[in-house]
Ligand binder design. Structure first.
Ligand code: TYM
Length: 333
């Protein structure tokens, strides 16, 4: 199998949750041994919401710790912090010159944010997909392991890379595609009955990788279901289907079938169902949670990983940026 170039990142907004893990990080771990992988912490992206400087540093550190605890191996992949690479904002600026206001305003994530945070519709938010394209194409990636919510951003990355090639008549960038081993991209639902698992809907909506068994049991006991099936063999309602979707990924197929059969015969007891799912989540996440607390103490390891990652990622980024500068017509005297 020929090796491809893989890029992906996560914004540092606190602890990683089960959606980040099942939608993205799980694939990072598999891909790192098969391809040339660049995984990073997207701290420039998090600036759209103006984090307080002390929080930003801690959040970056936390994602680095959690990446390592999940099994990212800095010997096998390149693991770095986005703001360690000034090449990325330089490429972002170049791509911005060919990004149209109309196409940026039509992006679903922008429209969504403009609606939910009307007092902070900044230019960084508008050009967020351009920065994301720069992250991806700076290493000439062809595959990007992400969850379903990032699909449109990948389409934009292809658009901006292709446009640059066309404008400057050079084949610099290949097309990057969202990737989940040939399967549909994943969307892990939240616990509050609708939408995706996301911190922006509050901590009760997410299961964090660091949540203790007690916290997981408590959150799951509050997870939204419905009033109970009354007609046999009907399709589950959205909140119940959401819990089945999570069970599909963390429990055995036999257990999933057991509860699906109980649902179909209108005899499911949601209390038991949620308790059982909570116990499986606890078992699933326990090895990661244990490693998080070990790695958190190891400042030397974190420093070393960030330094080596910066060196390796810069080497690749410098090569691409040199081609872009030449294509544009920047020459030294
Ligand atoms: P972010 O930080 O919101 O999420 C990081 C990754 O986790 C996935 N994810 C989910 N997958 C399934 N179900 C969920 N509920 C769920 N919640 C989050 C996301 O799809 C993503 O893969 N813009 C990106 C970060 C980024 C990036 C990049 C990603 C910046 N530059 C370049 C890939 C390549 C973001 O905000 O993801």
């Amino acid at each position: 199998m020929s090796k491809e170039i893989i890029v992906s990142g996560i914004r540092p907004t606190g602890n990683l949750h089960l959606g980040n893990y099942l939608g993205a990080v799980n694939n990072f771990i598999k891909m790192q041994y098969e391809h040339h992988c660049y995984f990073f912490i997207a701290d420039y992206h998090s600036l759209t919401t103006h984090p307080n400087p002390a929080d930003l540093h801690n959040n970056v550190k936390q994602v680095l710790v959690e990446y390592l605890a999940c099994g990212l191996d800095p010997e096998s992949c390149t693991l770095y912090i986005q703001s360690d690479l000034p090449q990325i904002p330089e490429l972002y600026m170049m791509l911005n010159m060919h990004a149209n206001l109309g196409e940026l305003e039509r992006v679903a994530s922008f429209k969504d944010k403009a609606r939910t945070q009307p007092n902070n519709i900044n230019a960084g938010l508008l050009t967020y997909p351009v920065l994301m394209a720069a992250d991806i194409i700076i290493h000439k990636a062809t595959k990007v392991p992400v969850g379903k919510d990032q699909e449109q951003h990948l389409e934009m990355a292809r658009t901006f890379g292709n446009r640059f090639n066309r404008v400057y008549q050079k084949e610099i960038f290949p097309e990057p595609f969202a990737f989940n081993y040939g399967n549909e991209l994943i969307k892990i639902p939240g616990l509050q009955g609708g939408g995706k698992m996301s911190k922006s809907d509050g901590d009760g909506n997410v299961i964090n990788l660091i949540d203790t068994p007690e916290v997981i049991r408590k959150k799951m006991s509050k997870a939204v279901t419905d009033a109970g099936a009354t007609e046999p063999n009907t399709l589950p309602t959205v909140p119940v289907q959401n819990l089945f979707d999570i069970m599909k990924l963390v429990s055995t197929q036999d257990k999933l079938k057991h509860y699906q059969d109980l649902y179909a015969s209108c005899s499911i007891r949601y209390g038991d169902f949620k308790k059982d799912l909570a116990e499986d989540m606890i078992v699933y996440l326990q090895p990661i949670r244990e490693k998080i607390s070990d790695i958190q103490q190891n400042e030397n390891l974190l420093k070393k990983v960030a330094r080596i990652g910066k060196e390796k990622a810069s080497e690749s980024a410098n090569k691409t940026l040199k081609e872009c500068r030449e294509a544009i017509g920047f020459r030294s005297f």
